[in-house]
Design a protein around this ligand. Structure first.
Ligand SMILES: C[S@@+](CC[C@H](N)C(=O)[O-])C[C@H]1O[C@@H](n2cnc3c(N)ncnc32)[C@H](O)[C@@H]1O
Length: 197
């Protein structure tokens, strides 16, 4: 199966959640706010690697958590989703991932609060939480040291959004000589992949 075909399958499975929930949960909102061409580009670039420790900062309704956990994580991966806002769709997706054999823990907290007491090594980090410069730069400064050498950091919104943070951080990382590649589809927000050397 190609990456594109698998993507379509996973997106269908994600939105199919809506057809499975009981009527009293019909207010849950399922949404993947990622451009799927950009996600596909990032996934193909990362290749066949399967990660064992995935942390996502900013999961919202669990869209990227669903895609990256399925595409990029090994069966034994420890997956941690951190989001400061309680969200029913996210709970649902976390449960759905755990039901299919993933090992996902959701932490309802602020990424800057959790970082000082988070001692595990991370080999895949997705930064998609605060989008103001200070917020995303602090996420980078606090969480980048936890990523192992050879690990991967995915950054969302790096080519444009309502906030200047991720594009400015991307420009700084490029200038500083990080191994960074950006995927940018028309009218989308951009995904950058950093490989830690
Ligand atoms: C753009 S959304 C994430 C989208 C998600 N990654 C996806 O693609 O499905 C940003 C989320 O980050 C959360 N957030 C913002 N700042 C945060 C922080 N510093 N720590 C934890 N969560 C944060 C917000 O509550 C929101 O749900």
């Amino acid at each position: 199966m190609t990456t594109h075909e698998r993507m379509k399958e996973l997106v269908r499975e994600y939105y199919d959640s809506y057809n499975k929930i009981p009527p009293e949960h019909f207010s849950y909102i399922f949404h993947i706010p990622q451009n799927l061409d950009e996600v596909e580009g990032a996934i193909e670039y990362i290749g066949d690697r399967k990660f064992h420790s995935f942390v996502e900062l900013g999961s919202d309704r669990g869209g990227s958590l669903w895609l990256y956990s399925n595409f990029l994580c090994a069966d034994d991966a420890e997956i941690v989703s951190i989001d400061c806002t309680k969200n029913h769709a996210l709970y649902y997706i976390v449960n759905k991932l755990n039901t299919i054999g993933k090992n996902v823990k959701y932490i309802e907290s602020h990424s800057h609060t959790i970082a000082p007491t988070f001692y595990k090594d991370v080999d895949l980090l997705h930064i998609d939480a605060g989008h103001h410069y200070e917020g995303v730069k602090t996420d980078w400064d606090m969480w980048y040291p936890k990523v192992v050498s050879g690990g991967v950091i995915i950054l969302h919104d790096t080519t444009g959004s309502g906030h200047d943070g991720p594009p400015r951080l991307r420009a700084e990382l490029e200038k500083a000589g990080f191994n960074i590649k950006t995927f940018s589809a028309p009218a989308a927000l951009g995904i950058s992949v950093v490989i830690k050397e």
